[in-house]
Design a protein around this ligand. Structure first.
Ligand code: DGI
Ligand code: FE
Ligand code: FE
Length: 200
């Protein structure tokens, strides 16, 4: 599947604002891929398609999760906002015959992350978080980290997301906690040093 086909299929399924978000994620992901050694073409295609299922009706997503062996039923115990990522990946595979496992994983885990993420998965996850249209608390700090250290930026983004969910008494999907734990093990010390350095 080429980029143009992907974008025209995505455009049909997304409102204008979400499509504009998609274009910004693509640009950002290509830049991060070049910086951190992921395949820029895969980063671009995965980003183009990452939110394709964002506006699928909840019931349709639920039916897809229930009927496909590869999608964990555990998803149904968590908030529907995490469903569009794995549902989008399986939809793309079945509808457009896209089978590249790297691209499908980057789409599947773009919302929650997971333990042992590939560089491509981190790039798409981070691009979705820091694209210039985002304005949530802490995003500028993650943008700064993204210029220097991919793991650091992804770890901080995950920490922010976990904190946000806990503060709202929302459930945290296990893959999100696994991703957080995994990356904190790698760069928890560096994160602490970064904050010590920028506090003064
Ligand atoms: O689809 P986007 O809006 O571009 O971004 P996204 O795919 O990162 O989805 C963000 C939403 O997902 C946001 O409302 C927070 C929610 N979310 C992310 N991780 C978790 C989560 N919600 C729950 N309940 N649990 C999670 O682990
Ligand atoms: Fe998304
Ligand atoms: Fe997105």
């Amino acid at each position: 599947m080429d980029k143009e086909t992907a974008l025209s299929e995505v455009k049909k399924r997304l409102p204008e604002k979400r499509y504009a978000h998609t274009l910004r994620v693509m640009e950002c992901a290509v830049e991060l891929a070049k910086r951190y050694g992921a395949d820029p073409a895969k980063a671009e295609l995965a980003s183009a398609l990452h939110d394709i299922a964002k506006y699928f009706p909840e019931e349709e997503m639920r039916a897809i999760i229930q009927s496909r062996e590869t999608l964990p039923d555990l998803l149904l115990d968590y908030h529907p906002s995490v469903w569009h990522a794995p549902v989008g990946a399986i939809y793309i595979k079945e509808t457009f015959g896209l089978t590249d496992p790297d691209i499908l994983a980057a789409i599947t885990y773009h919302t929650t992350g997971r333990s042992g993420m590939s560089v491509l998965e981190k790039v798409v996850f981070l691009a979705d978080y820091i694209e210039p249209g985002r304005s949530f608390p802490g995003v500028d700090e993650v943008r700064e980290m993204a210029k220097e250290d991919l793991d650091l930026a992804v770890a901080q983004a995950l920490a922010n997301t976990v904190r946000f969910l806990v503060e709202n008494y929302s459930q945290v999907y296990p893959d999100t906690l696994s991703a957080y734990n995994d990356l904190i093990q790698v760069c928890g010390v560096r994160l602490k040093e970064w904050h010590k350095r920028t506090e003064v």
